[in-house]
Unconditional design. Structure first.
Length: 349
């Protein structure tokens, strides 16, 4: 099992059998909450108290892995808001995808997004604050980040303090290693401009109604408000949940009955990933590190094909309008995502 070190003066690390492992990168500037993630994270463990973790924007993350020739589940880095710098320690390729405006560089020269770039030991990758549109960047290295699997995934689960590197965000001096099969890759691929996701400041996000919507919990007017209002993304948003501005719903009932005094209360039940949880008058979109259950209503759920948009919402600035879709349209949106992830659509450089 691979190990990592948070101490910059330690050796780069060998396997117990003496085999040297190539170093992927050494963190110089860690950014705000850069974490190791993989996709789809820890599925199937919600009953045991674990949301899946994994990237908030699964589309940009998966494209980055595709560009460097990794398997879909390979681990990479999620970099919120940019401001990240690292020294690379291997020969291979890397790809950076996601938010605009971070002005990434490799050895001081501009580094293009959405394409694989060759790197060599000693190269320095840097990016500034991602001014947007968009909020998160994703870094994939050929072979993938080599950290131990915990409960079947390498993803960092910040709420539980497990996975990734010691269950935490990266810190200055951390050393991460690359899986040996990625060393020496030279093939350069690019996602065509026409297939790149569009980032904006005012988003439309597709949802399905419920499980706690009208007529039992919300009134029809409440649901119309939910789908017609422009919702502001609150500064207090993170991987656990994207908090929106408060709104006083009318509600179809006077209280939560046995669940509590407020109509948004219910007896504790499980929450879906992407569920829009209503804590009193405050809607919160539950992220990959969110709580698995609780006593608040979930009035709508972001469809899987639109979850990537939640990962690019900039706290304190962006707005959302929700659009209701049915099962057939949600399925069609998922097929579109799979089209974008078809490797035959990539351009070779």
């Amino acid at each position: 099992m691979a190990t990592t070190s948070a101490l910059p003066d330690l050796p780069t690390g060998d396997e117990p059998d003496g085999t040297e492992r190539p170093e992927a990168l050494t963190v110089i500037e860690p950014g705000v909450q850069t974490t190791v993630q993989d996709y789809p994270g820890r599925r199937g463990l919600q009953a045991k108290g674990f949301f899946p973790a994994g990237p908030v924007d699964h589309l940009a993350f998966r494209v980055a892995n595709l560009l460097v020739g990794n398997a879909p589940g390979a681990a990479g880095l999620e970099i919120p808001m940019g401001r990240f710098k690292a020294r690379l320690g291997f020969a291979g390729v890397i790809a950076l995808t996601g938010a605009d405006g971070a002005k990434p560089t490799l050895n001081g020269e501009p580094l293009p997004l959405w394409e694989a770039v060759r790197v060599a030991p000693g190269d320095v990758l840097a990016c500034g604050i991602a001014k947007g549109p968009g909020f998160r960047l994703y870094l994939a290295v050929s072979g993938g980040i080599d950290v131990p699997e915990v409960l079947g995934s390498r993803a960092t689960y910040t709420m539980g303090g497990l996975g990734g590197l010691d269950g935490r965000a990266l810190a200055r001096g951390d050393r991460l290693h690359v899986a040996p099969e990625g060393v020496g890759r030279t093939r350069r691929l690019r996602l065509p401009q026409s297939l790149r996701p569009g980032y904006v400041n005012d988003w439309e996000i597709e949802v399905m109604r419920g499980p706690h919507a009208d007529p039992d919990f919300l009134t029809p007017d409440d649901w119309r408000d939910f789908c017609s209002l422009s919702w502001k993304v609150d500064l207090n948003s993170n991987r656990v949940g994207t908090r929106l501005n408060s709104h006083r719903f009318t509600w179809a009932r006077k209280n939560g009955g046995a669940g509590g005094g407020h109509p948004s209360n219910q007896l504790d039940g499980s929450y879906p990933l992407g569920g829009i949880n209503t804590n009193g008058d405050v809607p919160v979109i539950l992220g990959p590190d969110g709580p698995t259950s609780g006593g608040f209503t979930t009035i709508a759920t972001v469809v899987h094909a639109a979850l990537w948009k939640v990962g690019q919402l900039r706290p304190g600035r962006d707005t959302i309008r929700f659009r209701e879709v049915d099962f057939d349209e949600a399925t069609a949106l998922s097929k579109h995502i799979q089209y974008l992830l078809d490797p035959t659509h990539l351009e070779e450089l």
